[in-house]
Ligand binder design. Structure first.
Ligand SMILES: NC(=O)c1ccc[n+]([C@@H]2O[C@H](COP(=O)([O-])OP(=O)(O)OC[C@H]3O[C@@H](n4cnc5c(N)ncnc54)[C@H](O)[C@@H]3O)[C@@H](O)[C@H]2O)c1
Length: 360
C-alpha cells in the first residue's frame, strides 16, 4: 500500500531589522507589546554581561517578571556541544512554552548557539537577535543560520531558523576591543567584494578613517553590508543557490579556524580565506590582476593579513575543507569572484589549483 501525503508548506517568515544609534531602549516595548512572550530568556556572554548588565537591567528588564537571563562563557569555545547541553538544561528548567522567546545579546557565538536552541527547544520557539559585534551586525544575526561546532569542523550541527526581529544598535560597538573591531572588518570586506563595487570603492577611499574607528564611515558600510545580506537571504533563505556567494572566503577560512582549534578569530581566518580565494578567482575565474591587487592591498591596509597560511600545511587545510564543503571526487566547490562586486557560485576547483593558491 502507498499513501501519498501532500505537504506544501508556505510560511511568511519576514522580519524587521531595526538599525540605529541608542535604540536598545526601544526593545522592551517591542518585546512586550509586539511579541508578548510569556517568558523572554536573554542569553548573553560574560564579556557583554559585564559591560552591559546595568543597561540590560534598566532598559530591557525593568520591573517585568517575564525576563530571565543566562550568561555563557565568552568565545568560540562556547559554540560547543557542551555549552549546548548546559543551555538546554537551563532553559528547560525555566519551563518555557511555545509562546516563550529567546533574546540573544552578543556576538556571533551567542547569536548562533541561541538561534540553534530556539530552533530545537519545544521544536522551535521565537528569538530576537541583538548583535553587539561587527560580525554579528553585518552577518551572523541575519538569515537564520544557526549552529555549533564539532571537533571535525565549524557549524556542522545546525539549523535554519529565522529570528523574529533584529535590533542593530551601533552604540554597542564602542566597547569592542580593537582586535575584535578589525576582525569584524573582514566580514565587511567579504560582503562588499561579493555584491557592492561602490561600497568597496568607499572602503578604499576611507580606509584610514575606518582604521581610526570614525563611526560615521563604518556605519555606512555596516548598513550596506546588512542590505546586501538581507537581499541575498530574501532570495534564497536556505542556501540552495545564490546564498552560497556569502561563503566566499569561508571555505579556506573555516578550515583555518577549525585547525587552530578555534583560537584564531573568525574575521582573521576569513581575511586569509579572502586572500587565497581571490587568488583562486584570479587563476580560475578570470578575476583581473588589477582587482586582485586591490583586494590584497585593502586586506593589508586594514592590517588583516596575519600570514596564517604559514602556520598550517596545505594537506591539513584540505582535509578540513572536505568536511566543510561537499567534495566531488578530488574537487571542492567554491564561490569565486569574477570581479569586485560580483561573485559566482558552484565553481569546482581541483586540489592542485587550490594548493597553488594556498601556497602563493
Ligand atoms: N550564522 C551565520 O550566518 C554566521 C555568519 C558569520 C559568522 N558567524 C559566526 O560568528 C562567530 C564570530 O562572531 P564574533 O566575532 O561576533 O564572535 P564572538 O561572539 O565570540 O564575539 C567576539 C568577542 O567580542 C566580545 N564582545 C561581543 N560584543 C562586545 C561588545 N559590544 N563590547 C565588547 N566585547 C564584545 C565577545 O565576548 C567575544 O569575546 C563565529 O562562530 C562564526 O562562525 C555566523
Amino acid at each position: 500500500m502507498k499513501i501519498h501525503l501532500p505537504l506544501k508548506v508556505k510560511k511568511d517568515l519576514s522580519y524587521q531589522i531595526q538599525i540605529g544609534n541608542n535604540i536598545f531602549k526601544d526593545l522592551r516595548k517591542i518585546v512586550l507589546s509586539k511579541f508578548n512572550p510569556d517568558k523572554a530568556i536573554i542569553i548573553t556572554d560574560e564579556n557583554v554581561f559585564n559591560l552591559y548588565e546595568q543597561k540590560i537591567e534598566n532598559e530591557l528588564i525593568g520591573n517585568s517578571s517575564k525576563f530571565e537571563i543566562i550568561v555563557i562563557a565568552a568565545g568560540e569555545e562556547s559554540k560547543s556541544q557542551q555549552t549546548r547541553d548546559e543551555l538546554e538544561n537551563k532553559i528547560i528548567d525555566l519551563k518555557p512554552t511555545r509562546s516563550s522567546m529567546i533574546i540573544a545579546i552578543g556576538g556571533g557565538v551567542v547569536g548562533d548557539i541561541s538561534g540553534f536552541l530556539a530552533s530545537v527547544i519545544l521544536r522551535g520557539i521565537r528569538y530576537i537577535q541583538v548583535p553587539t559585534t561587527i560580525i554579528a551586525q553585518v552577518d551572523s544575526s541575519i538569515g537564520g543560520k544557526t549552529g555549533i561546532n564539532t571537533k571535525h569542523s565549524k557549524n556542522l550541527i545546525g539549523t535554519f531558523h529565522q529570528p523574529s526581529f533584529i535590533l542593530v544598535d551601533f552604540d554597542f560597538l564602542s566597547t569592542l576591543p580593537y582586535e575584535e573591531y578589525l576582525s569584524g572588518l573582514a566580514e565587511i570586506v567579504k560582503s562588499l567584494l561579493i555584491a557592492s563595487k561602490s561600497g568597496f570603492e568607499y572602503l578604499e577611499k576611507f580606509s584610514e578613517k575606518i582604521l581610526n574607528r570614525e563611526e560615521i564611515y563604518l556605519q555606512k558600510l555596516i548598513k550596506e553590508s546588512i542590505r546586501t545580506k538581507a537581499q541575498i537571504v530574501a532570495k534564497d533563505p536556505e542556501e540552495k543557490n545564490l546564498r552560497k556567494v556569502l561563503n566566499f572566503g569561508h571555505t579556506i577560512g573555516h578550515a583555518i579556524e577549525a585547525l587552530s582549534n578555534y583560537k584564531i578569530k573568525h574575521g582573521f581566518a576569513i581575511a586569509e580565506g579572502i586572500l587565497v580565494e581571490s587568488y583562486l578567482s584570479f587563476i580560475t575565474n578570470k578575476l583581473s590582476e588589477v582587482d586582485l591587487f586591490r583586494i590584497q592591498y585593502i586586506v593589508n591596509r586594514l592590517t588583516l593579513d596575519k600570514n596564517l597560511r604559514k602556520e598550517f600545511s596545505f594537506n591539513d587545510i584540505y582535509e578540513k575543507m572536505t568536511y566543510d564543503k561537499k567534495k566531488t571526487g578530488d574537487q571542492i566547490n567554491f564561490s569565486l569572484l569574477r570581479e569586485i562586486g560580483k561573485c559566482e557560485i558552484n565553481k569546482t576547483v581541483s586540489k592542485e589549483l587550490i594548493e597553488i593558491a594556498y601556497n602563493h
